[in-house]
Design a protein around this ligand. Sequence first.
Ligand code: XMP
Length: 321
Amino acid sequence: GWTTSSIIDDTVEAVRAQVGEGRAICGLSGGVDSAVAAALVQRAIGDRLTCVFVDHGLLRSGEREQVERDFVAATGAKLHTVDARDRFLDALAGVSDPEQKRKIIGREFIRVFEAATAEVAESEHVGYLVQGTLYPDVVESGGGSGTATIKSHHNVGGLPDDLEFELVEPLRALFKDEVRRVGAELGLPETIVHRQPFPGPGLGIRIIGEVTADRLATLRAADAIAREELTYAGLDRDIWQCPVVLLADVRSVGVQGDGRTYGHPVVLRPVSSEDAMTADWTRLPYDLLERISTRITNEVAEVNRVVLDVTSKPPGTIEWE
Ligand code: XMP
C-alpha cells in the first residue's frame, strides 16, 4: 500500500510535470479538500500558486483567521482574500426562502470568485485552476477531466476574453481519510484537517428567516460557544456535526438579568452519521447541554432560549433549511 509520504511525493511530482513553469490559482473554502489540494500544489510550484479566499460573511467565528493566519503559516502559500460581506448581505436582503438563499449565495459566490480569479489571472498569466476533487467525486461524475472556462462578463471591469484554465486535481486518486492524513503530514492545522462538514451557504441557511448582519452576529456567537464546549468535552470526532440554528422570526418571553426579555431561540442539532444520507440525533451528556445553554443565554443577549432537536434523518434533514 501507499504510505502517506509516498502519496505526497508522487503527487508533488505529478503536479510539477503537469504545470511546468506555469502559474496556478486555487479557491479555498475553509474546508479540508481545498486546503490540502492547495498545500500540495504549493509544495510543487511554490509562489507560482495563488490562493483565493472569498469571505462571504456567512462564515463561522474564526474561520477567516484559520485560512488567513493558520493555513498561510503552515504552507507559506500566497493568499488573496476578497471581502465580499456587504455584497452578499445586499443580495440576500428581504429573502427568507431557503432555495432562494442557496441560489443567491451560489450565484454571488461564482461571480466574486470569477472576478477575483480573472484579476489575478490577467496580471500573472495563470493557466491552471486547482480543484480539490476526490476519488469518489471522480467516480460519481464518470471520470471526466479537462478545462474550465471563467466567464469574465460577470466582471464589472469587463475583461476582453473568457479565460480558460487547465484543471489540476491533486486529490483525484484519494479518499477522504487519505486527504486528512496528507493534510496532517503537510502540517496543516488540526482545525482544518478535521473540520466537520459545513455547508457552502454557511450560516445563511442556519438563520430561519431573513439574513441580516445583526442576526449573523447573534448566530456566530451562539455557534462559537457550542463548538467551544463540544471541543472542550472532547466530542469533535464522535459527532458528525452540530448545526446551531437561529429562529430569527420566533420570539418568546424570558427573564434574563434585570427583567423580562422577548428574545429568540436557538436550536442545537447534534447528529451522528456515516455519510449524511441518514443521521441520528446525538445523545449529548446533559451536563454538556446545560453548559452550552447557560453560556449562550448568558453571553448572547438576543437569545433567551436554547432548544434541542431530537429528530433523526429521515424524516428531518440535518440542516433546517
Ligand atoms: P441535509 O440538511 O440535506 O445535509 O441533511 C446533509 C449534509 O450536507 C450539508 N449541506 C450542504 N452542503 N451546500 C453544501 O455544501 C448546501 O447547500 C448544503 N446543504 C446541506 C449538511 O451540512 C450536511 O452535512
